[in-house]
Design a binder for this molecule. Structure first.
Ligand SMILES: [Zn+2]
Length: 137
C-alpha cells in the first residue's frame, strides 16, 4: 500500500469521515511542504482563508494532518474570507506558496449533493493531479 493511501485512511480516522475538503487540505499541505522546502510539524506557518463553516472548514483538519502545523502549536490560523485561499510560508528561507482552488473545481464542489456524492468525489480528488486542483502563486 502506498503512503498516499495510508495517509487518507489516517485522515479519515482522525477527522471522522471522508469529504472533498479534507482531501483538499491533505493535498495542499503536502504541496506546501514540498514547494517551500519546509519540515513537517515545526517548519511551516499556515494561514487558511474562507474555511470558517462546514464543510469548507474540514480543509483545516486536512492541512493540520499533512503539514503537522497545528492549533496546539500555533502555527496554523484561519481568517474569514469569501474565497478559499491557503498561504504557507517557511520562515527559515522565507519561501511562500499561495494556493487557490480552480474555478472549475469550485463549481463542482458547490454542485455536490449529499454525503455519498461527496465521498465519491473526494476519492477521485485524492488521485487527481494537483495542477487541476490548485492555482499556485
Ligand atoms: Zn469533514
Amino acid at each position: 500500500m502506498s503512503n498516499k493511501i495510508i495517509g487518507l485512511k489516517e485522515a479519515i480516522k482522525f477527522h471522522g469521515h471522508l469529504g472533498p475538503y479534507l482531501v483538499l487540505g491533505l493535498l495542499a499541505g503536502r504541496l506546501g511542504l514540498k514547494k517551500t522546502g519546509a519540515k513537517k510539524y515545526f517548519g511551516l506557518d499556515v494561514c487558511v482563508y474562507g474555511a470558517n463553516k462546514k464543510p469548507k472548514s474540514c480543509l483545516i483538519d486536512g492541512l493540520q494532518l499533512s503539514t503537522g502545523s497545528t492549533y496546539g502549536k500555533g502555527n496554523i490560523q484561519k481568517r474569514a474570507s469569501r474565497n478559499i485561499k491557503i498561504i504557507m510560508r517557511n520562515p527559515e528561507n522565507n519561501k511562500k506558496l499561495s494556493l487557490f482552488i480552480t474555478e472549475q473545481l469550485k463549481n463542482k464542489l458547490d454542485d455536490l449533493k449529499g454525503h455519498r456524492d461527496s465521498e465519491k468525489f473526494a476519492k477521485g480528488l485524492f488521485n487527481l493531479n494537483t495542477n487541476k486542483i490548485f492555482e499556485q502563486q
